[in-house]
Ligand binder design. Sequence first.
Ligand SMILES: O=C(O)CCC(=O)C(=O)O
Length: 264
Amino acid sequence: MSKTNESLSDNSLTTEQIETYRDLGYLVVPKLFDPGEVERFAAAVDEEISRRSAVLRPGNLRVRHKAHYQTGELMLEVVDPISDICPAARQIALDPRIQGVLSSIYGEGPYLFKDKYFYKPSGSLGIDLHQDWICWPGFPKSFITVLLAIDPFQEASGGTMVYPRMHRQGYLSEMDGQHHHLAHSRMETRPVCLTLGIGDIAIFGCFTPHYSEPNTTASTRRGYFMSYNSCSEGGDSFRSHYLEFHRWIQERYPEPMRNELFFQ
Ligand SMILES: O=C(O)CCC(=O)C(=O)O
């Protein structure tokens, strides 16, 4: 089910698209952004990161690294968040096209809850099967991720894989406030790759089980993952989410290492 931005003059989804999203737990909307626009956005992110030497310093809670699937070499995987330090990212996250898509689903406006800029370089390992929802007091059930493809997403590049209709079963892990991986053997449908061209978006909810394989191509698989909550479920929770998230990460580090962590 798709609609291009030419026909999306008011940025809203059709009834059919909304039904597809509710049925499958995800939806692809091709060509929401122009490839030139996406390229300028990616260049602005790179420039902002290269200007800020602290961003890539070890111990920064803003970045995570992933091993190469063959050599084990650690590579920059994700900057989380980027919208608070890069105006071009904030502009994308607040773009009326995305707001329109989400308002169609929420029936009200969205608030940006968190955002992650994935580099997923060539060779980078994938991500285990999981649901995004986590049992924290302020974590919204209306959480929806909008994934904007900066490079093509396909199985070989480690594109995001989702299990259709499994969101209907709700949260599948223990409600203990921890992040859990899921066994593929528990899934009752076959996984689907969110195959995306540059400028396409995919949306999926926080109960949609998803994962990705290693990027076995020679190119990066960059994607901007922006997650939102509905206006009536918590309002603007961006700052409180990151405070909670950072507290949670810090508690997982042993004492001497914990003191080396910072957020910049
Ligand atoms: O890199 C991907 O495709 C998946 C990312 C993901 O699952 C996540 O950030 O929750």
